[in-house]
Design a protein around this ligand. Sequence first.
Ligand SMILES: NC(=O)c1ccc[n+]([C@@H]2O[C@H](COP(=O)([O-])OP(=O)(O)OC[C@H]3O[C@@H](n4cnc5c(N)ncnc54)[C@H](OP(=O)(O)O)[C@@H]3O)[C@@H](O)[C@H]2O)c1
Length: 297
Amino acid sequence: MYYKLLNRTGEKVPEIGLGTWGIGGATSADLTADEAFVAAIRNAIEAGMKLIDTAEMYGAGHTEELVGRAIKGYKRDEVFIISKVWHSHLRRDDLLDSAKKSVQRLGTYMDLFLVHWPNPSVPLQETIRAMEEVAEQGLTRYIGVSNFSAELLDEARSFTSKYEIVVDEVKYSITDRAAEKDVLPYCEKNSIALIAYTPIEHGKIGEGPIGDAIQKVAKKYSKTPVQVALNWLTYHEPVIAIPKASKKEHIIEDAGASDWRLSSEDFEFLTRARWIFCKTRKFGLVHKASCLRLSWS
Ligand SMILES: NC(=O)c1ccc[n+]([C@@H]2O[C@H](COP(=O)([O-])OP(=O)(O)OC[C@H]3O[C@@H](n4cnc5c(N)ncnc54)[C@H](OP(=O)(O)O)[C@@H]3O)[C@@H](O)[C@H]2O)c1
């Protein structure tokens, strides 16, 4: 597994981590498959995906409990745990309470704590100052944001005093390139990591819009389309990808997207496999509206 420097912190993290949405439930807790999910997280750690992305919202907190169970037995500094505070908990007292509960469920401190989604009804300055308090109290080592535009990220950074915002976690895949408009250039310019979520479009990346191009490159490297799509993402210096996988064969495949690199020619070939994605903004969330295929050569 290749590691990347988490910008100016000097911290090194795996370029492919494990997403956990759906592990232990979605919006409510699912207690029916705990052993299998704990085993899945351990399989991912063994395969090298030692960065684990979770959130207080996932499984209504149960996902964090399963992550906590899974990492027992590993040296704490061997794994890098990310959790997130939900947008309804962004007032100072709520945020501190959420952070404490996340730490309780995980059974350990967080390495990185993110604001899951912005909330325009709470002053951003209050939220960012509270994030710094969470770090100050030793509940997390680093702080960051998720689903922030470059503009909002810039505003958030202006409110920090002691801790830097080290990450923006946003949707980014080879077929959904909205992040390239402003977030990726901003992260590149300011040495901020971009954590790419839904990086394999729920496993359908090889069947998607530029499936032909991905499959052609996959064949050339004797890799799978998922591995090529993830490698294309991590080719970008600030990008870390967090596919969610619970099946062992998926975990092994996803981890196998690292330890090698596409050539610059093949990276460019895939980048030119062009699509135009039209985006609409509805209720503050980004929705894919439609897309139009153009030719690639
Ligand atoms: N910050 C945010 O707002 C936000 C939003 C969405 C997601 N996220 C994070 O990002 C993570 C990943 O995103 P996601 O879960 O939306 O989508 P994803 O990672 O693109 O897709 C996950 C799905 O793909 C399947 N899969 C995994 N590896 C595969 C492979 N090699 N071949 C075929 N199928 C494969 C998984 O199946 P199995 O589980 O059956 O193996 C699962 O159903 C989430 O789990 C979460 O941690 C964050």
